[in-house]
Write a protein of this length. Sequence first.
Length: 366
Amino acid sequence: MKLAQRRHAIDSSGIRKVFDLAQTIKDPINLSIGLPDYDVPDSIKKLGFEAIEAGKNRYTQTGGNKALRDAVRQFYTDNGVAHEDVMIASGTSGALFLTLLALLDPGDEVLIPDPYFVMYEALVKFLGAKPVLIDTYPDFRLKREALEAATTEKTKLLILNSPSNPTGVVMTEEECRMAADFAEARGIEVLSDEIYEAFSYDGEFVRPSAYFKAPIVISGLSKSVAMTGWRLGWLAGPKDLVKACEEIQQYTFVCAPSVGQEMAIQAMKFDMRPICEEYMRRRDLIYNGLVDNGYKVSKPGGAFYIFPEAPGGDGDAFVRKAIEERLLMVPGSVFSKRKTNFRISFAASEEKLRAGIEILKKLAPR
Ligand code: PMP
């Protein structure tokens, strides 16, 4: 069939090849997965059962049920984020897609720090806009000169993601201030994807959206309480943008899943500290395991990813070698213009992580 040109904006062949190869491995040590290694907490599951029983199985209001919207609004007010309105979307991905649909015209340029979460580049291209990747290697820090050099009169949007997928790097207060100052001086909108905020290990989370005058912030419940299948996310930002996203939702997704919305208010309040402490121990385990074996790597301050340099400088070849040893990871080229690194997810048991470290030791740089 002759498909639309835009279909080709999305190319997942790289990662598919890795996963096809992984399918052939028996009993793998899987450190490639982008979701927590626990199920939704029982107290929240219970709310889901109750909601189904109570008949909350119908469409909700387009922008989400009022109680949840109010809870999200309150959350950003409490956290010092300037916003005029909020809406509930089908996952953080849904909030991201609606925002880009509402904001971008063909030809608009979007600044994306590289490495980046795969959807950003693909969706920007999908809309006929232009992703402008900003290289942040080797420390994965955003620098003003790099932002300035990438900016033209067509630059419309800057996308931030802290803690980051795939590097785990958390933006500092200084970086946030710099980015805010830059965006304001240049009249550029800012979208801050804060989906990993619950996983922040070294002191309190520095919330990028709190530094901007009129940020667009997206987040959701897929990572914190592992509700990936319930598709629950949201968007907070300027009134006209939220209104536009709501209208687009009306003609596309219609509303976020009703049962997920019923679970969400409690899920937002779930105490993540014990999980965060546990994940911090895993972060330390994998980070030390890599450094002790000679890998070059930035210490992740959040999320559950670490992004070391591949020995020999070819992440694709390195990941293939690791898969032969039963260790599954994701090549850095999936998230970047460069292919020098690879991504490990430490959302895995200590036992799996230790087994992974043993294999990494075998493949270590010499
Ligand atoms: N943003 C980032 C940075 C992510 O890593 C992910 C999930 N991998 C998402 C957004 C999408 O999450 P959701 O399930 O809420 O759509």
